[in-house]
Write a protein that binds this ligand. Structure first.
Ligand code: CTP
Ligand code: CA
Length: 234
C-alpha cells in the first residue's frame, strides 16, 4: 500500500497531527489518563513527512522512545502538550495553517473540576475517600470542524470497544455523523487490543460512512493506508 501515484498530492501539504493521550491533573502529583501510547499518531506524522508533507505533531504525553521516530526529522515539529486544555490551545493555534488535521490523540472527555493546589493526603480526609467532581472537556475536533477553512480536510480517530465488526462500524458511522469529519479511522480496542502494541487494525470511513479501507498490520502500515485515504479525499 505504501507509495503509489495518488500520495503525490501530499507533497508540500501542511499537516497537523495529534498523538498520545491527555492527562488531567488531580493534584500536583496525580492525574487521570488513558492508555494511548502515541505510536499510531507518531506513525501518521512520520508517514506524512516521508511523503513530502510538513507536519506539526501535538504530542500528548508521548514517551521519548516513541517520539524518536520523528525527533530528527526536519519536516516534523513536535509540540509537547499535557492536558486536554493544552492540546486545545495548541490545536486551535496551529489549525489555521493546516491543510490536513488528523486527531489521533485520545483526549480525556472530562477533567477534575477543582484541581488541588497541594497533594491530597489521607490524613486530611479523616478516613473518607475523596470524591472527584468531573467537568466535560471541550470537544477539540468538533471545534476544528466548526472553524474549518475551505479545502481543509479533517480526520478523526475512534477507538471503540465492540462485540463485533458490525457494531464497531455502526458506532463509527454514528460518530462520523456527529463529528462532521471527512474521514474517521475506527479501531477496536480492549484490554488486550489496540493500545501500546506496534500493530493495529483500522477501518477507514469516508464522509458518507463508506468503508474506504480495512487495514491490519504495523502502525506504519495503517498510517500509510490512512494517508492514501487522505490523498484520495483531498
Ligand atoms: N476528540 C477531541 N476532543 C475531545 C474528545 C475527542 O478532539 N474532547 C477527538 C479525538 O481525538 C478523536 C475523535 O474526537 O479524533 C473521537 O474521539 P472519541 O473519544 O472516540 O469520541 P467522543 O466524541 O469523545 O465520544 P465517546 O468517547 O463518548 O465515544
Ligand atoms: Ca471520548
Amino acid at each position: 500500500l505504501a507509495g503509489g501515484a495518488d500520495t503525490a498530492a501530499l507533497e508540500g501539504k501542511r499537516f497537523l497531527v495529534s498523538a498520545g493521550g491527555t492527562r488531567e491533573p488531580i493534584d500536583p502529583v496525580r492525574y487521570i489518563g488513558n492508555r494511548s501510547s502515541g505510536k499510531q499518531g507518531v506513525a501518521v506524522a512520520a508517514a506524512a513527512a516521508a511523503l513530502g508533507a510538513k507536519v506539526v505533531l501535538l504530542a500528548a504525553n508521548v514517551d521519548e522512545a516513541v517520539l524518536a521516530e520523528v525527533a530528527e526529522n526536519p519536516a516534523v515539529r513536535v509540540v509537547p502538550v499535557g492536558s486536554a486544555a493544552e492540546l486545545q490551545s495548541a490545536a486551535l493555534a496551529a489549525s489555521s495553517g493546516a491543510d490536513v488535521v488528523i486527531m489521533a490523540a485520545a483526549v480525556s472527555d472530562y477533567r477534575v473540576a477543582d484541581v488541588a493546589e497541594e497533594k491530597i493526603r489521607k490524613e486530611d480526609s479523616a478516613g473518607e475517600p475523596p470524591t472527584l467532581t468531573l467537568v466535560e472537556n471541550p470537544d477539540i475536533l468538533a471545534e476544528l470542524v466548526h472553524m474549518r477553512r475551505p479545502g481543509q480536510l479533517l480526520v478523526g480517530f475512534a477507538a471503540e470497544t465492540a462485540a463485533s465488526t458490525d457494531e464497531l462500524l455502526e458506532r463509527g458511522r454514528r460518530k462520523l455523523r456527529r463529528k462532521g469529519v471527512d474521514l474517521l479511522a475506527v479501531n477496536a480496542v480492549g484490554w488486550n487490543e489496540g493500545f501500546e502494541s506496534a500493530e493495529n487494525t483500522l477501518h477507514i470511513l469516508d464522509r458518507s460512512g463508506e468503508v474506504v479501507a480495512n487495514v491490519s498490520g504495523t502502525k506504519q502500515n495503517t498510517a500509510d493506508a490512512l494517508l492514501h485515504a487522505v490523498a484520495a479525499a483531498l
